[in-house]
Design a protein around this ligand. Structure first.
Ligand code: MRU
Length: 351
C-alpha cells in the first residue's frame, strides 16, 4: 500500500534549511513547492490554505515552532518560555477548528518547560519532535486504514467528502486512507468524490491524489449525493474530521452533516475516520467546538470565476457538526468506536 503524496518536506540542514510546502491552492493544475524559513511564513501558509487538513496543519505547526525557536536561538532577547508562548500564540491563531494544532503545539511547548540548558540542544529536540509527529501520523494513518477496511465487504461503493488524503495528513490519509486500503485489497468497486463546495477540496485535491495513486473515482457535485444514494449506488460514506468532541459529536468540512442525515434516511453507514490526535476529550460536545467563518468571496466564486454579483451577501461557515447519534462508528488507529462514544473514545485516546 503506497502513496506518493505528502504535503510538506524538510530541505537542507536543520540550521540552514527550510520547510518546503506543496502549495495546495495551485493544485491540480500546477505543483509548486514554497520555501518557508520563519514562523510567520508557516503561520501565513496555514491561514492562507497553502496547507490544510487537520493532521497536516498540526505537523506544519510543529515545524513552525521548531523554526521559530531556531531563529530565536541566533539572538535570544527574551526567555525561552516567553518565546515559546509567542510562537504558540501566533500558530494557534491561524485556524480555530482543527484540534490537531493545539495537540501538536502542546507536545512541542512541553519540551521547553523549565528549560535551562544549551539552546542548540533544545532546537535539535524540537526538530526531532516535529519529525516524530510527522512520522507517527503516517504510521497511524496506515493502522487506521487497515482497521477501517475491515468494516467493508467486497465490491463496495464509497462516497467521501473533502480531502482527507496524503495532502491533509503526514501521508496516506484518514478517510481517503481507508479508501486506499480498500483499493489495495481489491474491495473498492467505486469511489464517489463530492466536489466539496465552496473551497472544492474534493474536485481539486481528491481527484489529483486519485490520479497520482491510480485510484479509479468519479467526481460529483455535493447535491448529487442524495440522487445516487436513492439509486442504491452508495454502500457507505467515509469522512475525516477536524475535531471529535468527548461525546462523539464530529466537526468536519461544511456539508458533512447533510451527508450524515442522508445516510440515516437511506440506511447507509456513516463512518468517521479520526486519528487519536483529532479527538478532543476536553471539549464536551459539538456545541463548544469553534467553527471557522471564512470569506463570502469563496462562496461568490467557484475557483477564480465570479458566479454571483460581486459583493452580494454570502455566508461561509467552513465546518459543521454532525451529532454523535448519526455516526455509525469512529475509526481510529487504536480501534473502532461505536455508540455510546464517551467511554470508547477515552479508551482509544488512552491507547
Ligand atoms: O478547510 P480544510 O480543507 O482544512 O478542511 C479539511 C477537512 O475538513 C478534512 O475533512 C479534515 O481536516 C480531516 S483531514 C484528514
Amino acid at each position: 500500500m503506497k502513496s506518493k503524496v505528502v504535503p510538506l518536506r524538510w530541505e537542507g540542514s536543520r540550521w540552514e534549511g527550510h520547510l518546503q510546502m506543496l502549495d495546495q491552492r495551485r493544485l491540480p493544475h500546477s505543483e509548486e513547492w514554497l520555501e518557508l524559513g520563519d514562523v510567520e511564513d508557516v503561520a501565513r501558509a496555514i491561514e492562507d490554505m497553502v496547507i490544510r487538513g487537520a493532521p497536516a496543519i498540526g505537523i506544519a505547526a510543529a515545524y513552525g515552532f521548531a523554526i521559530g525557536m531556531r531563529n530565536y536561538s541566533h539572538d535570544p532577547m527574551i526567555g525561552v518560555e516567553s518565546q515559546a508562548a509567542n510562537l504558540v500564540e501566533r500558530l494557534m491563531n491561524t485556524r480555530p477548528t482543527a484540534v490537531n494544532l493545539r495537540w501538536a503545539l502542546d507536545r512541542c511547548r512541553r519540551l521547553t518547560k523549565g528549560f535551562s540548558g544549551d539552546l542548540r540542544e533544545l532546537v535539535e529536540v524540537l526538530f526531532d519532535e516535529a519529525e516524530t509527529i510527522f512520522a507517527e501520523d503516517r504510521e497511524n494513518n496506515r493502522r487506521l486504514a487497515n482497521k477501517g477496511a475491515e468494516l467493508f465487504g467486497c465490491h463496495c461503493r464509497v462516497l467521501t467528502h473533502c480531502n482527507t488524503g496524503g495532502l491533509a495528513t503526514g501521508g496516506f490519509g484518514t478517510a481517503l486512507g481507508v479508501v486506499r486500503a480498500l483499493a489495495h485489497q481489491g474491495k473498492l468497486e467505486k469511489l464517489w468524490i463530492d466536489e466539496t463546495r465552496p473551497y472544492l477540496q474534493g474536485a481539486r485535491l481528491n481527484t489529483w491524489e486519485c490520479l497520482e495513486d491510480g485510484i479509479d473515482a468519479t467526481l460529483i457535485t455535493d447535491n448529487m449525493a442524495a440522487h445516487f444514494m436513492a439509486q442504491g449506488k452508495v454502500d457507505a460514506v467515509v469522512v475525516g474530521t477536524d475535531r471529535v468532541a468527548a461525546n462523539g459529536d464530529v466537526a468536519n468540512k461544511i456539508g458533512t452533516y447533510g451527508l450524515a442525515v442522508l445516510c440515516k434516511y437511506h440506511d447507509i453507514p456513516f463512518y468517521v475516520a479520526s486519528p487519536v490526535s483529532t479527538i478532543d476529550l476536553e471539549t464536551p460536545s459539538g456545541e463548544e467546538i469553534p467553527i471557522e467563518e471564512r470569506s463570502a468571496g469563496e462562496v461568490l466564486r467557484a475557483g477564480e470565476c465570479l458566479i454571483a454579483p460581486e459583493g452580494f451577501d454570502a455566508a461561509h461557515p467552513a465546518f459543521d457538526v454532525t451529532p454523535a447519534h448519526l455516526v455509525t462508528a469512529i475509526i481510529t488507529e487504536n480501534g473502532v468506536v461505536e455508540a455510546p462514544y464517551g467511554e470508547g473514545l477515552a479508551e482509544v485516546v488512552e491507547g
